[in-house]
Design a binder for this molecule. Sequence first.
Ligand code: NOJ
Ligand code: NOJ
Ligand code: CA
Ligand code: CA
Length: 714
Amino acid sequence: MNKKLKATCLTLSIIMAQQLVCIPTKIVYAAEKYTSDASVENKVNYNTDVIYQIVTDRFFDGNVSNNPKGNIYDGTKKSPKKYFGGDWNGIANKITDGYLRDLGITAIWISQPVENIYSVFADGSTSYHGYWARDFKKPNPAFGTIEEFKKLVKVAHDNNIKVIIDFAPNHTSPANPDEPSYAENGKLYDNGNLLAGYSNDKNGMFNHNGGTDFSTVEDGTYRNLFDLADLNTQNNTVDKYLKDSIKLWLDTGIDGIRMDAVKHMPEGWQKNFMDSVYDYKQVFTFGEWFLSKREQDPKNVKFANDSGMSLLDFRYAQKIREVLRDGTDNMQGLNEVIASTANQYEHVNDQVTFIDNHDMDRFYNEGTAKANVDQALVLTLTSRGVPAIYYGTEQYMSGNGDPNNRAMMSGFDKNTNAYKIIQKLSPLRKNNPAIAYGDTQQKWINDDVYIYERKFGNNVALVAVNRNKSKSVDISGALTTLPEGIYKDTLGNVVSGNDINVNSKGELQKFTLKAGSAAVWSYVSNNNSPIIGNIGSPMVEPGKTVTVDGRGFGDIKGKVSFGTTEGQVVSWDDKEIKVIVPNIDAGKINVIVQTASGVKSNIYKNFDVLTGKQVSVRFVVKNANTSLGQNVYLSGDVAELGNWNANNMIGEIYNKVEYQYPNWYFDVSVPAGKTINFKFIKKNGNNLVWESGNNHTYKVPENNTGEIIVDWQN
Ligand code: NOJ
Ligand code: NOJ
Ligand code: CA
Ligand code: CA
């Protein structure tokens, strides 16, 4: 056996002499790199990663000389709305001193790094959180210099850790239209040069529609989120400025983007923004579309499936909080969310799971069992989706509401149970592809106990949790696809887990799941038929190289087909293929890998191919009078407009803020430079009334944004 492979082997020499249960665990040293899907160099696939979310100002002060001067800073850390001094050097220090490296996390998500306003409000609020941008092209000096930022990226990469930045292009900073002297008037700078303020905004760089009442997505998109000066993404200067800004940050070597407030920006503009990001550098991107407890929103699902980026999985988070924090639901509820989201999200493994964040009460509630945190971590780290752990969860930090949920990191103890759980389960995401890519199947359930299996090819992980802290439960009759054998708890009994015994029929020998326990049993197979787990980036133009990750592709080059057309293979190994997307019709495509010997993989569905480079265009139809219940939709002759297909029309489109009924509008991402045909449709249920007459035609600009206004053709 390879020296670098440590094997956990259980030999049952007496009873079953020939049986050997062997779970190889690859130990990776800081200097050594994982390969293929587990590599820090793979920026498009995060299925094997564990993200650690850091509020930069609140983690560790690694350079006191950059702490802000004056009233904006509180060195005593008693005013939680002021800067506390945390910075990029501090994060780098906590990687090199082993705290983050040994925790096992493989990505950090840090606060928006751009320059923020310097004002202090009457109530003491400052921009310590990074969400009040002033200049997206400059670093926030309180977090460090651009050299220090690049140093953090290098230190992270040297330790197999990816870097994700928060990015908040929806708005600049708080502004009051009637009071230009309020804060910094939302002023936006371009590398030091003033572009516009919210008052006297002559070139229309901001939306001026008042604050949103959150009643509809349209209202929340084109009106201000609270008092934040809302950027007009259809403005050419703003559109180019935001795309140029993210490129500067991509140039520093970052590996991912967390997009703030995606529910509050036009979906069409965001899709064209993602195209420009992926055209420049492909990095995993996930957005924040907040859902409250038990909220379901088809628009959230559509965004995750069609915008080119993933979302934070709020349904998962809200449910796990109900089950293990608030006690308002049980394991059956969690199982239901896992089953229903698997159907809704086309790529459920790419959504980002979590148990709390800087906008929610911290998961750990003072006076309650810490075991709840431990169990929630076990579930999240082994569930479908990319787990994100909020800094301090591993120290059982508590704090309800903002800013109490963003306190300074309480300490760096490497011996807490939560720390150990993350440390044990993070490598499992790299080693066992069942955790990274597998489906989820419930194997045994009641209100307190949830046993589920993740399976990918011949790889299997079985997870059991008993949330009841006083009653153990006898488990009998559970089935698994784990091969026959005895399995040790991967958690090493940190959460009182037990070993299990599986017979040749896949039956689990009766066992007792202790009160408050959790266990993970894992089987990794080296013998796989070809199976695709992930393709990234998820939405690209033809001609782009994408990364196909999975198992069993073989070492000899085979074929990858996109629909019926083969792509040109750039590189090929057993777990990872790089392939150029062929010049095919745009739309959602099935991808299949075929090995050199002709064995076909599973069908990887809904890979999104664009017509070409994208531009955001506002389509406006005037005088489209509708009867009660009727709404207006848009369709046209490119995939981005639904290819005239009634099931893929754009809409219902809007009629309240930028234009008002009977005028309707929508911002859509469409192919640059192309002459497109389109029509509007009045729709009530299944009843469609298309515009009569000829199609409208429009030549989409090569760059910038566009607007086309037509009259409804009766
Ligand atoms: C959502 C962020 O997570 C929150 O903290 C922030 O205040 C708003 N978006 C506005 O940027
Ligand atoms: C405008 C509404 O938005 C639309 O839904 C309705 O059909 C028309 N008014 C006519 O009532
Ligand atoms: Ca500092
Ligand atoms: Ca907005």
